[in-house]
Structures are given as structure tokens and as C-alpha cells.
Design a protein around this ligand. Sequence first.
Ligand SMILES: [Zn+2]
Length: 191
Amino acid sequence: MRIQYTEFVANPALRGTTTNLPAHIAQVLIAQGSAIALPRAPRGSAEWLAERLEESASFNPPAPAPVVTWTIGGGNDAGRPAIHAACSNANCAVNFRFDGPPKSDAKNVGADRVVFTHSCGLHAPEKVPAHVVEKYTAAYGNGMFPLTADEANVITFSFSKGDSGRHRDIDHGGGLKTNLAGEVGNPFGRG
Ligand SMILES: [Zn+2]
């Protein structure tokens, strides 16, 4: 609520100045005679918008800037090291975990390009700090880790030739397929 302090306000420095206060505080000052209410700017005008922003800022103080904590821990996948990150804002519920190669190349995003993206508000994504990349690179070593049971299964599955004696066709997700008549089929395999 926009008010202007009168000559009766206790602090002489405030006399004649205007401010925006939560209504319950402004009303006390007005009742005391320390301030008068100011008319609102015409609804929808730029001044009106500015007043609304000022007003909401007065009762919604901005949340503290989030702090991302980076750690390197053993993963539960065959003891591989992994980069973990957590935001100080509890509502930033990102379970961040990266266990890829330390260095990026043409095919892979490496630890040097890892970015933490906040879900707690309009905060810039945060790059993994250089000292964390260094630590991770050391922990990663030559990258020779035992496979997990799942990974071993996938490899066994893709190398198996089965009864046909041929490897499975691998669907690389090339989009819509046509049948022999040149008709476009349902990419999900039905119809
Ligand atoms: Zn966050």
C-alpha cells in the first residue's frame, strides 16, 4: 500500500517521503496520523505495474541465492566414481549424478561439460567447478570398471544370435518407415 509520511512521523528524515508497505502496517501509520494513503496509479499503467511489483516485493523477500554443493562419491554401479551435486534450496529436488567420461569428445559429454540446472527458480545453470573435474578425473583413472549385471545382460542380449543365427536388427530410431508398397506405417508398430 502506497503511503506518504506526514510531519507527525517519529523519524524526521521520513517526513514527506513516499513508500510502499504491507497494508496492515500502512493502516497503523495512517491511523496514527503518521502517514496518508496515496491514490493508486491508473490500473494497467506502467506506474500501476511498478507499484504492484514494489508491493509484492515488500511481503515476498527474494529467496537467498542457491548454493550448489559438488561432491564425488562412489556410485552404486560397480563402484564407479560419480559426480553428485545438490542445491541448497530444498525444493530443488534434482538428484544429480554423473558417471560418464572425464573429458568430452565428439561422441560423449564429459565431466568438463557437466552443468547443474536448477529447478528452484530462475537461476543460471552452474558449471562443474574445475577442481571437481580434476578430482573426478583422478578417481576415474583409466575408466576400466566392472560391468553391472544390467550392462552385462544388455551386451549378452545384443551379441546373441539366437536360433536364426543372425544378430538382431537394431532400430536406431530412424523415424517413419514405409512398407513394401511405400505406405508410411505407424512408427509404434500398430495399424
Ligand atoms: Zn536450485
